[in-house]
Design a protein around this ligand. Structure first.
Ligand code: ADP
Ligand code: MG
Length: 351
C-alpha cells in the first residue's frame, strides 16, 4: 500500500512566521513590557513611563525620551529580523539589550501595535500594525522620543488568551519586570501606572545630582528592595581575570525564607542563571541555616565576548566562557565581605 498524495512543502507567509515566533518572544504582557522597556533603554532614554490596563491584556504603553525612529524607518522597525543594533557579523560582541529584531514584529502579529516616534530635527510620525498588517506611515504629534502602544494582546488568538493569568497576577509580573530593569539601570527614571484603576504604581526617580554608581545603586535598591535591605547590605566590589563584580549583599541576619531577593545582572542585563545562584548559595553556605536564603543584588561586568547572551529569545540565561572564574569571584568576594562584617565560616559561628 503506497500512500497516495504526499503533503506538499510550502513556505509560510510572513504573518504566520511572525505569529509562531511571537509565541517565544511575547509569552504574556510582562514579556512585551520587558521588550519595550529594553528598546527604550537601547535608545538611550533617561525617563521611561509604562502604563498598563487590565494586567496589560488590553493596553501596554511605553513612553521614552530616547533617540527615536526616523519616519522612513518605521516599517522596518516592525519588520522581522530588522535591527539597528547589530550587523550580524559578531554575535559574540553584543552590548545592547535587543539584537534579534523580532520583538516589534511579534507584537504586531499578536496585537494592535502603534509606534509614534520623533528623531531630533524631524517631524514625528506613526505606524500601526494589526494582526501583522502594516498601515501607512502618518504624521503624529509628539515632542520627542518614542511611544509604543500595544492593545488587545492575543485578542485574535483566544487559545493564547486563555493561558494568561488573572489581571492581578499579570500586573504583578509587569511590576517585577519594571523593578528588575530599574535595578539594572539606576541612572534612568522609571514609572509604572495602572490606567485601569488598579493600585499598582511604581516610581523610581534617578537622582540627577549623583554620578556615583554606588550612590545611585544604593538609592535605587533602597526604593526597589526596601530600606531594610540596604541597611543590612554589604557593599561588594571585586575583580578577577577581567570580570568585575559590584553590588550589595545582605548580612545573614537579613536572610529570607525563600529565594525571593536574589538579583543578578550581567553586563547590565537582568539574568536568572543557575550557576550564579549556586555561587551565591555557596558563599553563604556556612553562615546560613538551611531553609534561609541570602538576599543580594550583584552586577557582573566583563568583555561581552566572554559571555554569550544569545541563548534564548527571552534572554534571561547567559553562558560564561569560563564559568569557574565567575563562580570563584562571587564566592570569594562575598565570603570576604561577610568575614569582614564578623560572619565567618561555621568554625567561628557562635565562637
Ligand atoms: P531589536 O531590539 O532586537 O533590534 P525590536 O523589534 O525590538 O528589535 O526593534 C526593532 C528596531 O526598532 C530596533 O533595532 C530600533 O532600531 C527600533 N526601535 C524600537 N524601539 C525603539 C525605541 N523605543 N526608540 C528608538 N528606536 C526603537
Ligand atoms: Mg528590542
Amino acid at each position: 500500500n503506497i500512500p497516495s498524495a504526499h503533503p506538499a512543502i510550502r513556505a509560510l507567509d510572513e504573518a504566520a512566521i511572525n505569529r509562531i515566533a511571537a509565541g517565544e518572544v511575547v509569552e504574556r504582557p510582562a514579556s512585551a513590557v520587558k521588550e519595550l522597556v529594553e528598546n527604550a533603554l537601547d535608545a538611550g532614554a533617561r525617563r521611561i513611563e509604562v502604563a498598563q490596563a487590565e494586567g496589560g491584556k488590553t493596553l501596554i504603553r511605553v513612553t521614552d525620551d530616547g533617540h527615536g525612529i526616523a519616519a522612513a524607518e518605521l516599517p522596518l522597525a516592525v519588520a522581522r529580523h530588522a535591527t539597528s543594533k547589530i550587523d550580524g557579523s559578531d554575535l559574540l560582541d553584543i552590548t545592547s539589550y535587543g539584537f534579534r529584531g523580532e520583538a516589534l514584529a511579534s507584537m504586531g502579529a499578536v496585537g494592535r501595535l502603534t509606534i509614534s516616534s520623533r528623531v531630533a530635527g524631524s517631524e514625528a510620525a506613526e505606524i500601526t500594525v494589526t494582526g501583522g498588517r502594516l498601515g501607512e506611515v502618518r504624521p503624529a504629534a509628539l515632542r520627542r522620543g518614542t511611544v509604543v502602544e500595544l492593545r488587545d494582546l492575543f485578542r485574535a488568538t483566544p487559545a493564547r488568551l486563555k493561558f494568561l493569568r488573572s489581571d492581578r497576577a499579570e500586573t504583578q509580573a509587569i511590576g517585577d519586570v519594571v523593578r528588575r530593569l530599574a535595578m539594572a539601570e539606576p541612572f534612568v527614571s522609571f514609572t509604572l501606572a495602572d490606567v485601569s484603576g488598579g493600585e499598582e504604581r511604581l516610581s523610581f526617580r534617578a537622582d540627577a545630582e549623583t554620578g556615583d554608581l554606588f550612590d545611585a545603586l544604593h538609592g535605587r535598591l533602597t526604593r526597589v528592595l526596601g530600606a531594610e535591605f540596604t541597611k543590612n547590605a554589604l557593599r561588594i566590589e571585586a575583580e578577577r581575570e577581567g570580570l568585575r563584580l559590584t553590588g550589595y549583599a545582605a548580612l545573614p541576619t537579613y536572610s529570607r525564607g525563600a529565594a525571593v531577593a536574589q538579583h543578578f545582572f550581567v553586563n547590565g542585563r537582568p539574568v536568572k542563571d543557575r550557576m550564579l545562584l549556586g555561587a551565591l548559595r555557596a558563599a553563604y553556605m556556612d553562615v546560613l541555616p538551611s531553609g534561609r536564603y541570602p538576599a543580594a543584588a550583584l552586577y557582573i561586568d566583563c568583555d561581552p565576548a566572554r559571555v554569550d547572551v544569545n541563548v534564548h529569545p527571552a534572554k534571561t540565561e547567559v553562558r560564561f566562557r569560563d564559568p569557574g572564574v565567575a563562580r570563584g569571584l562571587i564566592v570569594s568576594a562575598l565570603r570576604h565581605a561577610l568575614a569582614g562584617a564578623g560572619h565567618r565560616a561555621s568554625s567561628t559561628v557562635g565562637g
